[in-house]
Write a new protein. Structure first.
Length: 241
């Protein structure tokens, strides 16, 4: 059985990716940093479906915790798929962003992904597939997410560079850039804000975590075996770069 790691795989978009890859037949090692309960509940649900799964506590900003991930027996046994999904978005006006906050966002969204990859890279199989969850804002920018946008832009270009470096080994690396997706990130929206978001999207709905998971599933499958280094925008037409 092939093994997939999903960072932040216990809730939100990550949970949908964990569920979908389990349906695709991968055993799932998902990580969480604070939300142990949903992570453990998801692991139970996946196991009930006959697929093995495990939840591992790993704060990606803690280099020691990330290094420990490499000692997990499933990681040592070889990784087929690595999904770098974790992320934070705190919505701060670009004019009042301070250095401490910038550091926190960069160390979670960008450096955290790098650290995970660095920790597990020697366990990636020759034909490993890596998928990074970026954001439309990583191309578009945002007046209330300068730190977030910069972190996602860095993440996407790092992933693209990696794709060019590891292609000759048979590995593929792609980026999925969601638009508006119904998770805790949008939970603070007023009904008016939500309605205006829907109006903004040509397909007239907010994306679901499953919309993102379906695309990830395709990118790590053999159906995409000539696809690498791309940014796939999954946003209902909201932003067309
Ligand atoms: P959620 O806020 O619902 O989930 C965030 C996930 O990231 C959680 O699993 C959380 O784990 C994990 N995480 C946060 N900080 C850390 C950390 N320091 N170490 C390890 N894990 C961490 O967000 P979404 O599901 O919406 O977001 C998933 C990805 O999709 C993110 O990268 C986000 O930037 C991106 N995205 C989301 C969009 C949206 O509209 N929802 C739009 C564009 C991109 P825990 O709870 O255990 O801390």
């Amino acid at each position: 059985m092939q093994t997939a790691i999903v960072t932040g795989g216990g809730r939100g978009i990550g949970a949908a990716i964990s569920r979908k890859l389990a349906q695709d037949g991968y055993r799932i090692l998902l990580t969480y940093s604070t939300s142990s309960k949903p992570a453990e509940m998801l692991v139970d649900r996946i196991r009930d479906s006959g697929i093995d799964a495990v939840a591992v506590n790993c704060d990606v900003t803690d280099a020691r915790e990330v290094a420990l991930l490499a000692t997990h027996p499933w990681v040592i046994g070889g990784i087929d798929v690595l999904i770098l999904n974790h992320g934070r978005y705190d919505r701060i006006d670009a004019r009042s962003l301070d250095y401490a906050h910038l550091r926190r966002t960069m160390s979670t969204n960008f450096e955290g992904s790098f650290l995970i990859w660095e920790s597990v890279k020697s366990s990636l199989r020759n034909d490993a597939r890596i998928c990074v969850i970026g954001s439309q804002l990583g191309t578009r920018g945002s007046p209330h997410g300068a730190d977030y946008s910069a972190s996602k832009a860095a993440l996407a270009l790092w992933a693209r560079s990696l794709a060019q470096a590891v292609g000759s080994e048979g590995k593929r690396v792609n980026i999925v850039a969601p638009g508006f997706v119904d998770t805790d990130i949008l939970a603070g929206d007023s009904p008016e804000k939500r309605a205006s978001r829907i109006e903004e999207v040509p397909l007239k709905r907010i994306g679901t975590p499953d919309d993102i998971a379906e695309t990830v599933s395709y990118l790590v499958s053999d159906d995409a075996n000539y696809v690498t280094g791309v940014v796939v925008h999954v946003n209902g037409g909201l932003y067309l770069p």
